[in-house]
Design a binder for this molecule. Structure first.
Ligand SMILES: Nc1ncnc2c1ncn2[C@@H]1O[C@H](COP(=O)(O)OP(=O)(O)O)[C@@H](O)[C@H]1O
Ligand SMILES: Cc1ncc(COP(=O)(O)O)c(C=O)c1O
Length: 279
């Protein structure tokens, strides 16, 4: 009998403080009616954008976890990956997709860069390996910076228009994934997400209010809500719409209540909205 609660393997770090990766994926997926199975790539006391951090790389435990799951006949309905601790971990994610992802939905957030720069812990090897990982995905969610890095294009936010975004999405699709959902598309007055279907060459734009603040973890919140919506049977455009509105509303709520973005978005207050969307 089909499980009414979809099971999503979520491969990303567990940062105790800062509301990103697993600490947002788990509650958001749960609220949206899925079981989120954590596969922690690293344990951190807080995410990397704080002035200090402690990190324990979990790589050596990942294969034994998969071996055990296989012996116990554990299966998943979807695999979703996010922030990874090292380029080597990309091989482990690809292995997880090969072992547990046959005929399952694969969603990859190639989290590695923002505002025109790679995160300080990465170098070009991460970009090269990430290109290999996205080839295994059905849906990828790069931000505009990550899209530029993945394609080896210059980061030129000032020259962005719809034709250029369409071209970038098409080129990303040619690397493997059917759908490209590009977040953080540069725009002066709106928060813009591009939703591209490579099979039909169709580009749709989802716009929400741009709140004049910079927050971390927005991509992770977006991808978690996107995955939750897809697992409920919403199509890609509907899911991107739900994810964009949920994330923007969480930015807005945090800005209007506590004002500080330091410890992430107060998305907990909005989780009930996702539960109402369960089909
Ligand atoms: N300041 C903001 N105002 C409104 N929406 C935002 C804001 N920041 C992020 N979002 C929403 O969250 C999405 C994901 O954020 P983004 O910054 O692109 O992710 P990432 O963390 O991967 O760089 C954006 O496309 C937008 O829909
Ligand atoms: C360890 C870690 N995971 C996840 C994130 C969140 O990434 P994003 O802002 O792309 O959602 C960050 C960045 O702040 C991070 O340092």
């Amino acid at each position: 009998m089909k499980n009414p609660v979809p099971v999503v393997l979520s491969i990303q770090d567990m940062s105790s403080i800062g509301r990103c990766s697993l600490t947002v994926a788990m509650p958001i997926l749960s609220a949206f009616g899925s079981q989120a199975v954590p596969f922690p790539t690293a344990l951190l006391c807080n995410h990397l954008e704080y002035p200090n951090y402690e990190m324990v790389d979990f790589s050596e435990h990942l294969r034994p976890f998969m071996d055990c799951w296989e012996k116990n006949n554990i299966t998943f309905d979807a695999i979703q990956s996010g922030f990874l601790a090292s380029p080597d971990q990309i091989h482990i994610v690809i292995e997880a997709i090969e072992r547990f992802g046959k005929n399952k939905l694969i969603i990859v957030d190639p989290a590695m860069a923002d505002d025109g720069k790679l995160y300080a812990v990465y170098n070009d090897t991460m970009v090269q390996e990430m290109r290999k990982l996205i080839a295994h995905a059905h849906i990828i969610k790069p931000n505009y910076t990550e899209a530029s890095f993945l394609l080896g294009h210059a980061y030129e936010p000032e020259t962005v228009d719809e034709a250029k975004i369409h071209q970038l999405c098409k080129e990303l699709h040619e690397l493997g994934p059917r759908h490209v959902i590009m977040s953080g598309v540069p725009h002066q007055s709106e928060a813009v997400v591009a939703v591209y279907d490579g099979e039909t060459d169709d580009l749709q734009i989802v716009s929400t209010t741009l709140v004049p603040v910079k927050a971390h973890g927005t991509g992770d919140i977006f991808t978690a809500a996107l995955t939750g919506a897809l697992m409920q049977g919403y199509d890609t455009l509907e899911s991107a719409n739900i994810a964009a509105n949920f994330t923007t509303d969480a930015v807005k709520y945090t800005h209007e209540t506590i004002g500080s973005m330091r410890d992430g978005l107060l998305f907990e207050r909005l989780l009930g909205r996702l539960s109402q969307l369960i089909k």
